[in-house]
Design a protein around this ligand. Structure first.
Ligand code: IPE
Ligand code: IPE
Ligand code: MG
Length: 256
């Protein structure tokens, strides 16, 4: 597959200020389908193509980590047919896309309770991780059966266990201790997204990366995920570049 998104990297995009970690809540697949009188799964199918487009656009732009919320710990509440379809998507997605990922030096990673997924889904995901493990470019990080409250609860349990066993001194627990027990630990100093984008017009976090987004810039767009384009992505990154991040301090650009 050939992706030519070079045209989107326009003069407006500041190549020296590309966010290192972009996280996206890919929302609106169902509504996209409903608007077309199609079954919800048609929206998920089209949304999968959008994932490919945005992965290539982000990689080309120089993003280092792209974290995509694909299935939440709460999404099991959906009808069985829809859940089953969503669980089949990684197999379809990776069987057609891994060669492109390798060609573009993109490695696949996953956060979430993967061991609770159907065996075939686990295999598709684990195979993709394995097949792309030597790629040194962008990390394409899928949040699959991921929930931030569950993630934090697991971290608290692990930390409490270490304290109970005496391998961890309670007085030594600090923010780094928490970071080290979250699923994003492997990202090191890239664990916190610079920008969190949500499509579909909903303006909420829906249990995504609660700890990690403490200082992320939040961008909401009305576009449904299946309609999301590389051009829209670039325009949202330009919007991010117009933000002034202060982290509680003062704006370094402003001398007053
Ligand atoms: C996002 O689209 C995909 C998943 C949550 C798996 P939705 O399926 O939530 O689409 P809407 O929000 O119902 O339109
Ligand atoms: C968040 O979207 C989860 C994913 C995009 C995977 P939802 O559609 O599940 O969120 P709510 O239910 O609207 O908050
Ligand atoms: Mg939704």
């Amino acid at each position: 597959m050939v992706f030519n998104t070079k045209k989107i990297v326009t003069d407006q995009l500041d190549k020296t200020n590309v966010p290192e970690h972009v996280a996206i809540i890919m929302d609106g697949n169902g509504r996209w389908a409903k608007r077309r009188h199609l079954p919800r799964i048609a929206g998920h199918k089209k949304g999968m193509d959008t994932v490919k487009t945005i992965t290539m656009a982000a990689s080309e732009m120089g993003v280092k980590v792209l974290t995509l919320y694909a299935f939440s710990t709460e999404n099991w509440k959906r009808p069985t047919d829809e859940v089953n379809y969503l669980m089949s998507l990684p197999t379809t997605f990776f069987s057609s896309f891994v060669p492109d990922l390798i060609e573009n030096n993109v490695s696949v990673k996953v956060i979430g309770y993967v061991d609770q997924l159907p065996a075939a889904t686990q295999k598709a995901v684990n195979d993709a991780v394995e097949q792309t493990k030597d790629c040194t470019g962008m990390i394409l990080n899928f949040a699959l059966n991921y929930g931030s409250r569950a993630e934090i609860t697991t971290a608290v349990k692990e930390i409490a266990q270490e304290a109970a066993e005496g391998t961890l001194d309670v007085n030594q627990i600090n923010e780094q201790t928490i970071d080290q027990h979250l699923m994003t630990k492997f990202l090191g100093n890239l664990a916190a997204p610079d920008v969190l984008i949500r499509s579909s017009g909903e303006e909420r976090i829906s249990n995504f990366l609660l700890w990690q987004i403490a200082y992320s810039e939040l961008i909401f767009t009305d576009t449904y995920w299946p309609d999301f384009t590389a051009e829209l992505f670039a325009s949202l990154i330009i919007e991010y570049q117009g933000r002034h991040r202060r982290f509680g301090g003062l704006d370094p650009d402003k001398k007053e």
